[in-house]
Every structure is written in structure tokens, then in C-alpha cells.
Design a protein around this ligand. Structure first.
Ligand code: F6P
Length: 545
């Protein structure tokens, strides 16, 4: 099944949304809440341990109905079937997109080229379990017969960001193994990491879907050299593992067959943490927690697949994002987790969302002519409040923001958690309500200011409010709820790609820079510099001399 090729702007819903936008764009959230005391509940979804409150958005029931109509008109339902059933929806690379199969139940059946891939997925899961178990327990030892103390994940992009984000997010559940991530081709990065390591007790996991990525191979070779300063060639078998589709290249690197973990071309790099790419997650928190992560993701997969769109969390969040991106002209979205554990969550989603939906050519090969992928950014609250929230509150840009918080703190620091969550709730309320001139005046009048002083200060203290937010409130940060949360955003990516009529699962845009870097590397390493524009030439001369 090929994906439909509907230009969203030609649908009836789009045109109705345009008119609806003109009629409602000046509505203030404060008024919408005043008109309907039940608004909070009406626009809230409850699912498992999640509460998703999307009431603080510039929408009415009519907005929602029109957005849902848009989803129907672009064929979202049929597209979801294709997505789950292994249709080649990554059309420009001729591949299926089946990260959902990686967390499917054991008796599920998902076919690729007529073959059910679930038994193979479970075989690899068993291998991850056995391998990580034997490293954690100390049964598998290093070349001097010492148990492992450190794990280094060598990878970049999807082969780094997912595992790095999840191991940080699940730090509370971590065992004694210290995990490190080397990604940048910057030699100072790898040097800073190995500086603290003991080769006798360190396990290296090379993760590269293609096993051709310059950064990863350079880092792997540098680390291999560093390791061989202390150990011998035969010891590589004990200290290096690899995850890749490219088994030939892994062999050439000298990695023992027993430590080779396959992956499949129907899993995109940025959606691969659920596969053996997540080996360092299993090593850090154990295979049971890794399983829980997958189960949580699977629960969200089932919710997305089976729930009517009007109560479907990924669908609602994706449609709201389209509403701001395409009708309000909002260019960015902030994602603010109120837990330090999710400090890498926005960085992780930047790849997921921006590499997927940063496209300007539609599924028919034409320029879209309308906006597509949003810019994603964010940092944990409350730090972000003391950094960039000023701009969200009083700047000129509209920045729809997701607030992610948890009912329980993991260490049980109730006093801290209450303060943290007080900020969490206060921010969305403040962003929604703002502060009117009358309210500011009343406040200033209590400060014994002269009328002149009061009038001078007044305009700066007004908050327009009407800033849209979603609140995702989750019972507790566990491997399971984290799996559901990540899966939620993955599906949001898919839905938006369908609506924008683009291919979300290729990444040709990353290629050009890679190709040019190869040529420039030879300019740097050889005496002659090839043909370049005058700026690049000047820069290269300055760098070389
Ligand atoms: O950034 C481009 C990209 O191809 C990503 O999609 C991928 O996650 C990353 O490079 C790493 O690729 P590989 O796993 O093949 O080394």
C-alpha cells in the first residue's frame, strides 16, 4: 500500500480551518475558560498512567472537529494500517517503517517480504538479555579476568541520542555499570572519555546501522588503538560488541560473532533504540527494565492504532501542532520536562522530529508550498524558566509548549517535588491567563508609587497571556511510562508527515554536508586545495597556514 498523496491545502477541512482561524484567532484563552467552567475536563484525555490536558490551547470544539476532519480527508486511518503492517512507506528508500514491530507482543505477526519478523525480533531480544545479564552479573569478564565496570556506546545520531537519553532518563534504576557515550568526531570528545577508563574493565559497544558513518568509525578506531596499547588483538573479542545491519564490516573490524547484534533496514536510525541499538540501555538498567520500556511503547502503539481519533493522544497532539504551525504561523515548539532525568529528551526529539519532518518536497515530488516540520527545542523546568521563559511569556513569537511532569518524585523529596510541580502548574496558568493592565495597576497601587511612576512601569508588566500549552502529567517516571512517552512522540511525527504529505522516514538532507566534508578532508590533508567559492577558500587557507 502506497501512502495517499493528498495536498492538505486542497481539502475541505483546510479551507474551513482557514476561515475558522480568521474568525477565532483573537479569542483569548481566558475568555474561553470563563465561558465554560468544564473546559479543563472536556479537553483532557486519561489513559493508563497519563493525563493529557490540552484545554489551554486556542481551540473550540469546532476547531477540533475541523482538525479531525482534516485527518480523515488526508487518509490517516488507511496510512496507520500501512505503517503497522509493514507497507513500504519509506518510499524513497524502498523500506517499511516498523519500529512498532520491535515492541510487538511475542504472538503478534508482522510481515516483511512475506516473512513474519517477530520471531527474529525476539531472538535478538533474548541475545540482548543473555549478554547484558552476563556483563552485569560479572560472569563475563575482561581480558585480565576482572568484571566490567564501564560501558562506552560509540555511535551518532539515532545510534547515540536514544540510548543516551534513555540511560539518563532511567538513571534512578541503574546498576553499578557506568555508561559513557562517544559520538562527536571531535577527537577531544573521545579523549576526554577514555581518559577516565581502565581498558581492563571497559566494554565498548559500536552502534552503527550502516557501519560506514565517519564519526563512529573514527571513534571506534581511535578507541581500538587506545585499547591495544594495553591489550592484544585477541582481547578485542572480550571487550567489543557491535550493533549493525552490516555484518561484513563488523567482521572486518575484528568483533567476535558472539558479540554481534543484528538490526534491520526496516528500522530507521532515529527510531531504533528499541532494537539492539538499545544494548547500552539494557546494560545500564537491566534487560527487565528494557523490556518494560518496550512494553510501555507497545501500549501506546495499541492506543494509537485502536482509539478513535477524538480520544487518541498522538492524534490530538499532532493536530494541535498542525493548527499552530500552518494557521498561526508558529515556527517552533518547546518541550519542557519537569524532571532533570529527561534533560536529553528535547535533544533526542530534535532528531526524531526535525530529521523526519524537515522536508519541503511532497509525496508527489513537488514543493509543498506550505509549512512542514517544526523546530523543536527545550530544557528541563525549572532551569528553563530562569533562561528563556521570558521570551515565551512576553516575546513577540508564539511558542506552543508541552509541559511534561510526574506526580511522584523518585527519591521521595516531597518538599522539592511540591515546589517543582507548583512551578509546573503555575507556568501553564500564567502563560494562559497572562496579566491584564487592570491587574498590574492594582498590584502597583499597593506599592505606593506616584501616578507617573505607575504609568511608566505599567506597559512592561502586562502579560498578554493566551500562550498555548499541553500538560502531560504522568504518575511516575518508570521504564514503562518512558516507553509510552517516546512512542507518543514517534506517532505524532508519523501523523504530521501524513498530513503534510511528505516522506518522514528518509533523511537525504544530511547527505550533502557529508559528501562535501569528504572532499574538503582531502583538501586539508593534501597540499593542494580544490575548487571552492572564495569564502571557503579563504577559510581553508587560514586553517591550513
Ligand atoms: O544523521 C543521519 C543519520 O543517517 C541518522 O539518521 C542516523 O541515526 C545516523 O546518521 C547514524 O547512522 P548509523 O547508525 O548508520 O551510523
Amino acid at each position: 500500500m502506497a501512502l495517499p498523496k493528498t495536498n492538505p491545502t486542497t481539502t475541505q477541512a483546510w479551507n474551513k480551518l482557514l476561515a475558522h482561524y480568521k474568525n477565532t484567532k483573537d479569542n483569548h484563552l481566558r475568555e474561553l475558560f470563563a465561558e465554560d467552567s468544564d473546559r479543563g475536563k472536556k479537553f483532557t484525555l486519561l489513559w493508563n498512567d497519563f493525563l493529557v490536558d490540552y484545554s489551554k490551547n486556542r481551540i473550540t470544539q469546532e476547531t477540533l472537529s475541523l482538525l479531525l476532519q482534516l485527518a480523515d480527508e488526508v487518509g490517516l486511518k488507511e496510512a496507520i494500517s500501512g505503517y503497522y503492517e509493514g507497507a513500504l512507506i519509506n518510499q524513497t528508500e524502498g523500506r517499511a517503517v516498523l519500529h512498532t514491530a520491535l515492541r510487538a507482543k511475542k504472538d503478534d505477526k508482522v510481515y516483511v517480504d512475506g516473512q513474519n519478523v517477530i520471531p527474529e525480533v525476539y531472538e535478538v531480544k533474548e541475545k540482548i538479555k543473555a549478554f547484558s545479564g552476563s556483563i552485569i552479573s560479572g560472569e563475563k569478564k575482561g581480558y585480565t579476568n576482572k568484571a566490567f565496570t564501564d560501558v562506552v556506546n560509540i555511535g551518532i545520531g539515532g545510534s547515540d541520542l536514544g540510548p543516551a537519553m534513555v540511560t539518563e532518563a532511567l538513571k534512578f534504576y541503574k546498576n553499578h555499570l557506568k555508561t559513557h557515550f562517544v559520538s562527536n568526531v571531535d577527537g577531544d570528545h573521545v579523549r576526554e572519555i577514555v581518559k577516565e577508563l581502565n581498558p581492563e574493565t571497559t566494554l565498548f559497544v559500536i552502534v552503527s546501522k550502516t557501519f560506514t558513518t565517519q564519526e563512529t568509525l573514527s571513534n571506534a578506531l581511535t578507541i581500538k588503538k587506545w585499547f591495544l596499547n594495553a591489550a592484544s588483538e585477541k582481547d578485542i573479542a572480550k571487550h567489543f560488541a557491535a550493533v549493525s545491519t552490516n555484518t561484513k564490516k563488523i567482521k572486518e573490524f575484528g568483533i567476535d560473532n558472539e558479540n554481534v547484534f543484528p538490526m534491520w533496514d526496516w528500522v530507521g536510525g532515529r527510531f531504533s533504540l528499541w532494537s539492539a541499538v538499545g544494548l547500552s540501555i539494557a546494560l545500564a538498567v537491566g534487560a527487565d527494565n528494557f523490556d518494560e520500556l518496550l512494553s510501555g511503547a507497545n501500549e501506546m502503539d495499541v492506543h494509537f492504532k485502536e482509539t478513535p481519533f477524538s480520544e487518541n493522544i498522538p492524534v490530538i497532539l499532532a493536530l494541535l501542532s498542525v493548527w499552530y504551525n500552518n494557521f498561526y504561523g508558529a515556527e517552533t515548539e518547546a518541550i519542557i520536562p519537569y524532571t532533570q532525568y529527561l534533560s536529553r529528551f528535547s535533544a533526542y526529539l530534535q532528531q526524531g522530529i526535525m530529521e523526519s519532518n524537515g522536508k519541503s518536497v511532497d509525496r508527489s515530488g513537488n514543493r509543498t508550498g506550505y509549512e512542514t516540520g517544526t523546530i523543536i527545542w527545550g530544557e528541563p523546568g525549572t532551569n528553563s524558566q530562569h533562561a528563556f521563559f521570558q521570551l515565551i511569556h512576553q516575546g513577540t513569537k508564539l511558542i506552543p509548549t508541552d509541559f511534561i511532569g510526574f506526580k511522584e518524585s523518585l527519591h521521595g523529596e516531597t518538599d522539592h517535588h511540591n515546589k517543582l510541580m507548583a512551578n509546573f502548574f503555575a507556568q501553564t496558568e500564567a502563560l494562559m491567563n497572562g496579566k491584564t493592565a487592570d491587574e498590574v495597576k492594582e498590584e502597583l497601587e499597593k506599592q505606593n508609587l506616584s501616578e507617573e511612576e505607575l504609568q511608566a512601569l505599567l506597559p512592561f508588566k502586562i502579560f498578554e497571556g493566551n500562550k498555548p500549552t499541553n500538560t502531560i502529567l504522568i504518575k511516575k517516571l518508570t521504564a514503562r511510562t518512558l516507553g509510552s512517552l517516546i512512542s507518543l512522540y514517534e506517532h505524532k511525527i508519523f501523523i504530521q508527515g501524513i498530513i503534510w504529505n511528505i516522506f518522514s522516514y528518509d533523511q537525504w538532507g544530511v547527505e550533502l554536508g557529508k559528501q562535501l566534508a569528504k572532499n574538503i578532508l582531502s583538501d586539508i590533508e593534501n597540499s593542494d586545495i580544490g575548487k571552492h567559492d572564495s569564502s571557503t577558500l579563504n577559510l581553508l587557507h587560514f586553517f591550513k597556514n
